[in-house]
Design a protein around this ligand. Structure first.
Ligand SMILES: O=C(O)c1cc(=O)[nH]c(=O)n1[C@@H]1O[C@H](COP(=O)(O)O)[C@@H](O)[C@H]1O
Length: 285
């Protein structure tokens, strides 16, 4: 039997083919309303259908925000399952923005839900928090390693509220930097593929050069870089992160692109524009 490709192989392929851009799909109540759709599962399904039509053949990575599907209970999660399965069937990598985190036994159950071909959600990667300690996420990391998937741990977030906690000093070292160092150690221990391990890191684009040290501290991880557009960061401002990550980062934007919908052609044109802008910027770094 052919061994499936590692997450890092799929990530590098997607970002090389379609630029280092990730399309964030955040079907908020506001966007459903702006798109003239009902705030219901039917509206959610229509929203996802439009995103799918615009994304296929245009972007390599999509990040659905799970909270906007959970709003509709099990039917919302059914919609998410179908959306992600169709994206993946069309060759698009799916990072579920689920922000999970807990003690080991509970985290292990999150793995059973999200990561691997025999799981109900079966996505390529999920996002997680390390507030209960990075080691507590170990079952999720092990599972990612064994299923060729990945876990992106929030290290230095894009929102202003995160700065105090993430910048607090632990024996003189900011918590975010300590976490970055632990991720690098964990990845080395668990095993690398294409130079990176199954633990990726989330570093906000809004941080500019403040995010630089964090990225530099993890030479063996992939990066998810949200915060472009609605949160104020520009593609150009992310150059420092891109330069330091040396091909291991993707930039993600949600509302700034989705605001162009519901017209598929307008959404597609917006995706083309940001994808090409990211490609141009990263080729200069
Ligand atoms: O993990 C994330 O994606 C994430 C981390 C972070 O530090 N900041 C952040 O905004 N996000 C997510 O990225 C998306 C940002 O959306 P926009 O600001 O509309 O591009 C939202 O779904 C957030 O939940």
């Amino acid at each position: 039997m052919l061994k499936s490709k590692s997450f890092s192989d799929r990530f590098f392929e997607a970002s090389e083919r379609f630029s280092r851009f990730c399309f964030g799909v955040d079907p908020s109540a506001q966007l459903l309303q702006d798109w003239g759709l009902p705030d219901s599962v039917q509206g959610l399904e229509a929203f996802c259908g439009i995103c799918l039509d615009a994304a296929v053949g245009r972007v390599g990575i999509v990040k659905p925000q799970v909270a906007f599907f959970e709003r509709f209970g099990y039917l919302g999660l059914k919609c998410l399952t179908e959306f992600t399965a169709t994206l993946r069937a069309n060759g698009i990598l799916v990072i579920a923005d689920a922000k999970r985190g807990d003690i080991g036994t509970s985290v292990s159950a999150y793995g059973d839900a999200w990561l691997g071909a025999d799981t109900p959600f079966n996505v390529d990667a999920i996002t997680a928090h390390a507030y209960l300690g990075l080691d507590a996420l170990a079952p999720l990391f092990e599972r990612a390693h064994s299923t060729d998937t990945a876990v992106f741990v929030v290290v230095k977030s894009s929102n202003p509220e995160g700065a105090a906690l993430q910048g607090a000093l632990d024996e003189g070292v900011p918590v975010a930097l300590r976490l970055a160092q632990q991720i690098a150690e964990f990845n080395s221990r668990i095993g690398l593929s294409g130079g990176v391990g199954p633990i990726g890191a989330v570093v906000g684009a809004t941080l500019g050069t403040d995010g630089y040290a964090t990225v530099a501290a993890i030479p063996n991880a992939l990066f998810l870089v949200p915060g472009v557009g609605a949160q104020g960061a520009t593609v150009a401002q992310s150059n420092d992160v891109f330069r330091e990550a040396n091909g291991r980062a993707v930039l993600s934007a949600s509302r700034s692109i989705l605001g162009l919908g519901p017209d598929v052609a307008a959404l597609a044109a917006g995706l083309d524009t940001i994808r090409d802008e990211v490609a141009k910027n990263t080729s200069m770094t």
